[in-house]
Design a protein around this ligand. Structure first.
Ligand SMILES: Cc1cc2nc3c(=O)[nH]c(=O)nc-3n(C[C@H](O)[C@H](O)[C@H](O)COP(=O)(O)O)c2cc1C
Length: 180
């Protein structure tokens, strides 16, 4: 059984989770930017930062798969918003559904982790995107704001870190089920 952890991270929070998961499972972790061939692996664990609902690098990486018959796929998103909120979780999952072929979405085990943000480190494009998003939602009545909107409003222009390595436990359990 061969395994790989692949991650898509722009500012490092997803990479921190991927490296910790790698340490705890002894599975190599590699950025989606460096990965070439993934068809040799049975178990593929993909961790990706959430960017406007998209999972960074996921669709591009999954496209490299020719045949999923004997594959197990685990996907973990890393975002700012509270993924224990059911509505939010459903939003994230519906977005993932749009980014993957149907058979892969149905087969994948999906998890959610919380990352962080440091506005002083954002590139120009991301800063502009956040400003536009913030301006679009900040004056909405509270009942119209989604959990994602609220997470953004509460953390706007700040540095916050919600990384919690204990949230990797359920992913590690799932990996162990696949390996033994
Ligand atoms: C432009 C932009 C868009 C984002 N969109 C979302 C989003 O749709 N949902 C969410 O939960 N977090 C969103 N975030 C927060 C990131 O997912 C969070 O900062 C994550 O930890 C980034 O991972 P990374 O550090 O590995 O790049 C966004 C952040 C930026 C800068």
């Amino acid at each position: 059984m061969s395994n790989i952890i692949i991650y898509g991270s722009c500012y490092g929070t997803t990479k921190q989770y991927a490296d910790e998961l790698s340490k705890r499972t002894n599975i190599e972790a590699i950025s989606f930017k460096s990965v070439k061939e993934i068809n040799n692996y049975n178990n593929i664990i993909y961790l990706g930062g959430l960017y406007a609902g998209g999972v960074l690098g996921m669709a591009k990486t999954i496209k490299k798969l020719n045949n999923i018959a004997n594959k197990n796929i685990i996907i973990a998103t890393v975002g700012l918003s509270d993924s224990t909120d059911e509505v939010n979780k459903n939003n994230i999952r519906n977005n993932i559904k749009k980014q993957l072929p149907k058979e892969i979405f149905e087969k994948a085990k999906i998890f959610h982790l919380r990352g962080g943000i440091d506005y002083s480190k954002l590139n120009f494009t991301h800063k502009t995107m956040m400003k536009l998003l913030y301006n679009a939602v900040k004056n909405l009545p509270k009942e119209k704001q989604t959990v994602e909107d609220r997470a953004m409003i509460e953390t706007y222009n700040q540095k916050v870190n919600f990384i919690d390595f204990s949230s990797l436990d359920e992913i590690i359990n799932e990996i162990q089920k696949l390996m033994f």
